[in-house]
Design a protein. Structure first.
Length: 356
């Protein structure tokens, strides 16, 4: 193009030929592939927004916008890239053939059983938490085979035996029946110990505060007994509150007022004096009397509170009605008085006018 160059005096000028500015060179598809491959990690995925911002030089829009969107470009080159959820607002992009791509292959139940069997061959009895630690993340690798490892074990009672109430301390052994491979004896499976009333009392006493200390809420005991609480471990002895009430030699029940007005009192419990050395027999009668009586008292208190609240509302409504009647009566009197005075003033002016 031409540019006019003026002299300092501004009287005369001359035209000077100036070479055109160089046109910027557009980067090719190979350049885009090399740039993306250099940024992407060997494993894992990056979102489109993060990957485009890491390119530099204005990002994807500044360098490669002539090649289309980043997600479309990656999807058009499956030999180099893998695109997860391409129809979403933020698809994820990774390298093709990376370990992240291999993780997409789901392990079968047969493969998982082989892994568990190899662990049990080294040690016939293992804790389920130990097996889970050796297998790796359940949610990442085995989520499609069950909710948890315990659930998977329970689905295969012909292969495994789960001992214990649950949790990471439960043990797993192989169910080999009468023997192992080729007549070899299988692993020794410990027999499940029957829970006695003494075990129940000892377990609860470990949780409770001593006599004279701050008592514990009865409702908190079940949560501290482990997975499943009272119903999973000591359900055969009836309700928890009934068991505590039937054994006053070991437990001291009490009540504290609730914070919410009108709510039933909160039941609390302490160790009884001398409970650790008490030798009295434990009452295991499945009596429902204490629990049902407490529930009946709570129901009656709630009903009485609802009745009192209803009476208060009715009384307030009657008071409001009386106030409205008094207010309307006063307004009526005021209007009548104003009318009478206005009429008297009008009559007075008329009499005055007649005298004049």
């Amino acid at each position: 193009y031409q540019r006019r160059v003026h002299g300092l005096a501004g009287k005369s000028g001359k035209e000077e030929e100036v070479s055109a500015l160089p046109t910027p060179k557009l980067e090719s598809e190979d350049d885009a592939v090399r740039a993306l491959v250099a940024i992407l990690p060997d494993s894992g995925r990056l979102s489109v927004a993060k990957l485009g911002g890491m390119l530099g030089g204005g990002g994807w829009k500044g360098r490669f916008s002539h090649l289309g969107s980043l997600a479309q470009f990656a999807a058009a080159h499956p030999e180099h890239f893998v695109v997860d959820n391409p129809k979403s607002d933020q698809p994820l992009i990774g390298k093709a053939g990376t370990p992240a791509e291999e993780k997409k292959v789901k392990l079968t139940a047969k493969q998982l059983i082989e892994k568990i069997n190899k662990l049990l061959e080294r040690a016939p009895v293992r804790k389920i938490g130990e097996i889970g630690a050796n297998l790796g993340s359940w949610k990442a690798n085995y989520w499609h085979l069950g909710v948890s490892l315990s659930a998977f074990i329970l689905k295969h009672p012909d292969l495994y035996i789960l001992n214990g109430a649950g949790g990471s301390d439960a043990t797993v052994t192989r169910n080999t029946g009468q023997g192992g491979k080729e007549g070899e004896p299988g692993p020794v499976i410990p027999e499940k110990k029957e829970v006695t009333p003494e075990d129940c009392v000892a377990t609860i006493l470990k949780l409770l505060p001593g006599p004279g200390e701050t008592p514990m809420h009865v409702s908190d005991i079940g949560g501290r007994l482990g997975v499943g609480g009272w119903n999973a471990k000591f359900r055969q002895f009836g309700e928890l509150i009934s068991f505590l009430a039937l054994n006053p030699s070991y437990f001291t029940l009490g009540e504290i007022p609730a914070i919410t007005p009108g709510a039933p009192p909160i039941e609390v419990v302490n160790k009884a004096v001398g409970a650790d050395t008490c030798t009295e027999p434990i009452n295991t009668t499945r009596a429902k009397r204490p629990y049902l009586e407490v529930q009946e008292e709570i129901r009656k208190k709630k009903e009485a509170e609802r009745q009192r609240a209803l009476e208060r509302r009715n009384a307030d409504r009657d008071k409001d009605k009386d106030k409205d009647k008094d207010r309307n009566r006063k307004r009526s009197r005021s209007r009548s008085r104003d009318k009478r005075r206005s009429r008297e003033r009008r009559d007075s002016r008329g009499r005055h006018d007649k005298r004049r």
